[in-house]
Design a protein around this ligand. Structure first.
Ligand code: C5P
Length: 401
């Protein structure tokens, strides 16, 4: 992997303490990190904190004005960065960026760089909702160089409850990894992506069901990758842990339980989608029996008659238009490529992700995965173990190649 260089700009907000975790996580992954602090940022976190976490001295205005470098520091840092992350972003620095002001090392470096910039505003709700702040924010984001990590609503350090909370460190990390992959390109802008995720549950009474171990992590990663590439995303999901869904604030979520509900939801949203990625682990069978009330233990049957479930993705392939790209997943054990090619043909898909679920660090519940991507022309791409987000980006690269 080529070296990846992330420059952080820390401005004066209490959320600066959360950015320590982001810097630390990236440095541990081997990503090169440099940090610039404004004067007011240093009232919250010390340069030594970031120097220690990033394994490199942090930069402050003193190092800028007193610099004895051969070349000006803002030019050096601006050329060095693959990605600039400004977190937390105060209303003051936001206003400066909007108007192109350059009165400290951070703002000079923004002007002296051309890499993508990820902005994570954090401020009191009234400050965020001021007309001036909102106007600046909209104005700044017109420039495609800038990417937003929108603030969320919640309890703020000023004891107010409202919008202005900085995006959580985990969300920032995912967006940073996406931007390092895409280099800021929004190649899915104007496209709609429909994704299914999670394991369906086929209940035979309100508390008992036939299910599978899918956690929905792969589908969530595909939704994040599509979103970060500029797509409008709809995620039809079987029950998924709420902490996985929390960062998907700009994704349309359609919760379902059973395969029948998923089938209906996918058909409802199919017509406007450009890409349909069926990553859900849909059940293959359900019980013939169904009780609206919980069956007492002594009335539970000793065996169940099973009914097979219609194949959703195969049905979608008969309904889709030629310009729509339909992708399936094949979770397999043992030889995973041959059966996947067979499924691609049988279900008439445009592409399939052959996914070994019996390998370490791969498949259900894991944060990493491995796969062979196959399309209908026979093109194949083998992906060694990588994060599910990286696999999702590789899939979109593959589909658009
Ligand atoms: O045949 P198999 O279940 O292995 O196929 C996996 C692919 O088919 C996945 O994309 C899955 O979401 C989809 N599928 C479906 N409806 C089913 C079963 C699987 O759409 N009833």
């Amino acid at each position: 992997m080529p070296s990846q260089r992330v420059l952080f700009g820390i401005t004066g907000g209490i959320a600066a303490y959360k950015v320590c975790n982001v810097v630390s996580a990236l440095a541990k992954e081997g990503i090169e990190v440099r940090v610039i602090l404004t004067d007011s940022a240093q009232a919250f976190v010390s340069p030594l904190t970031f120097a220690t976490l990033s394994r490199h001295p942090a930069y402050v205005d003193r190092t800028f004005w007193d610099a004895s470098n051969d070349r000006p520091l803002h030019i050096e840092l601006g050329e060095w960065a693959d990605l600039f992350v400004i977190a937390p972003l105060t209303a003051n620095t936001l206003a400066k960026l909007t108007y192109g002001l350059a009165d400290n090392l951070l703002t000079n470096t923004v002007l002296a760089s051309i890499c993508p910039v990820l902005l994570a505003p954090a401020m009191n709700t009234d400050m965020w909702e001021q007309r001036s702040t909102q106007r600046n924010w909209r104005e700044l984001l017109i420039d495609p160089r800038y990417h937003s990590a929108d603030p969320s609503a919640g309890i703020l350090a000023c004891d107010r409850v409202g919008t202005g909370r900085m995006a959580e460190p985990e969300e920032l990390l995912v967006q940073i990894r996406s931007l390092l992959h895409t280099k800021g390109k929004r190649d899915l802008a104007g496209k709609r992506v429909l994704i299914s995720a999670g394991g369906t549950r086929e209940h035979f009474d309100p508390v008992r069901f036939i299910g599978n171990p899918s956690t929905g992590k792969m589908g969530v990663a595909i939704a994040q990758a599509a979103l970060h590439r500029g797509a409008q995303v709809t995620l039809v999901h079987a029950p998924i842990n709420s902490h996985l869904l929390a960062p998907l604030r700009n994704v349309r979520l359609v919760p379902v339980m059973s395969s029948a509900e998923m089938q209906q939801a996918m058909k409802d949203h199919l017509s406007v989608a450009d890409y349909i990625v069926m990553s859900a682990a849909v059940g293959d069978v359900r019980s013939d029996l169904y009780s609206d009330t919980k069956l007492p233990k002594n009335q539970l049957p000793t065996s169940l008659d099973l009914v097979s479930i219609p194949d959703i993705v195969a049905e979608l392939s008969t309904l889709k238009k030629p310009h729509q790209t339909l992708v399936g997943f094949a979770a397999q054990t043992g030889d995973y490529v041959t059966p996947a090619i067979d499924k691609l043909k049988r279900k008439n898909l445009d592409a399939i992700v052959a996914n070994p679920v019996d390998q370490p660090n791969s498949g259900f519940g894991s944060d990493t995965n491995q796969a062979v991507l196959i399309d209908r022309s026979g093109r194949q791409l083998t992906l060694p173990t990588c994060s599910k987000l990286e696999l999702a980006h590789q899939l979109f690269d593959f589909l658009q190649a």
